[in-house]
Design a protein around this ligand. Structure first.
Ligand code: PAF
Length: 294
């Protein structure tokens, strides 16, 4: 069945209030469209947990910095509609920017320490844009549960913090990274990659996998794990992957650690050609206990 399409924020909120009043459990997958298998896995994760599944498609202007790719961000309405239909989505919420941010809009939601490092340090204002829009999307779609991908690991951590700090009655569900068979993490931005860029970009996941292998073999020094990842990336891609950061962090605080003695994330960002890519791998405190990332 075709999903119902709602553009108007008030109509969206009214629909959600009516469904909630009827006792139905609502789920939200927030997206910026150009849906790929990574988004589909978020929908598949949430679909069995809710009575009504809403997908928002909104390229959020305030989370893009000057000189970033807002103007060329890929869009494919027909493809997105077909993907949502196949995934059993009940409602697509696709508001216009002017309806989300009317001229008098002047509020921001900001999470402090968690946004200081990693992508937050390199993209000033980005996470304020994310938390502001996600807070508004929560208020318009009123979900009981919302699903976010571990690919945007810092985003997930920041949204969990916002939800806890501001007591949003929303359960955040995380879904693991979806990768191509050769390891490349799925991203809407992969469409920008030339064949040569794409080959170079493979170095990123290979670097992370090499670090994980050393971790599984008993290495616990963060500097050694980061070094292994770094060398693997350079061996594979030379200078075609320009790393912006490659850090070994506490999976909750996102603070850099010296020894991997707790749940840890190795996270990186790199420019490949003109395209900025991010990737990460989670190391469980007990390596036998994980299997989340291939
Ligand atoms: O991950 C994304 O696609 C966006 O950051 C989100 C969560 C939809 C907010 O615009």
């Amino acid at each position: 069945m075709n999903p119902k399409i709602i553009h108007d924020p008030e109509a969206m909120q009214h629909w959600s209030l009516t469904e909630r009043a009827a006792g139905r459990i609502l789920g939200l997958v927030p997206t910026m469209g150009y849906l790929h298998r990574g988004h589909l896995s978020l929908m598949e994760t949430l679909r069995p947990q809710v009575d009504r599944l809403v997908v928002s498609i909104f390229v959020n202007p305030i989370q893009f910095g000057a000189g970033e790719d807002l103007d060329r961000y890929p869009r494919d309405w027909d493809g997105d509609l077909a993907a949502c239909r196949n995934a059993g989505v009940d409602v697509i919420f696709a508001p216009e920017p002017a309806a989300v941010y009317p001229a008098e809009f002047q509020t921001a939601v900001s999470v402090a320490r968690l946004t200081a490092g990693l992508c937050g340090a390199l993209r000033p204002g980005h996470f304020d844009g994310v938390t502001t829009v996600v807070a508004k999307l929560f208020n318009l779609t009123l979900p009981h549960r919302a699903c976010f991908g571990e690919k945007d690991y810092q985003q997930l951590a920041v949204i969990r913090r916002m939800v806890a700090d501001l007591a949003f009655p929303v359960e955040i569900v995380a879904a693991p990274i979806v990768r191509e068979d050769d390891g490349l993490a799925l991203s809407s931005r992969n469409v920008y990659l030339s064949a040569a860029d794409r080959h170079a970009a493979l170095g990123l996941s290979r670097g992370l996998f090499a670090a994980r292998k050393r971790y599984a073999a008993g290495e616990r020094r963060a500097v050694e794990l980061a070094g292994t990842a770094h060398r693997t990336i350079v061996d594979h891609a030379g200078d075609a992957c320009a790393l912006e950061y490659l850090v070994v962090c506490d999976a909750r605080s996102l603070e850099e650690i010296v020894t991997v003695d707790r749940e840890t994330v190795i996270a990186l960002a790199a420019k490949v050609g003109r395209t900025r890519l991010i990737d990460n791998i989670i190391l469980a405190a007990n390596p036998e206990a994980t299997g989340k990332n291939p």
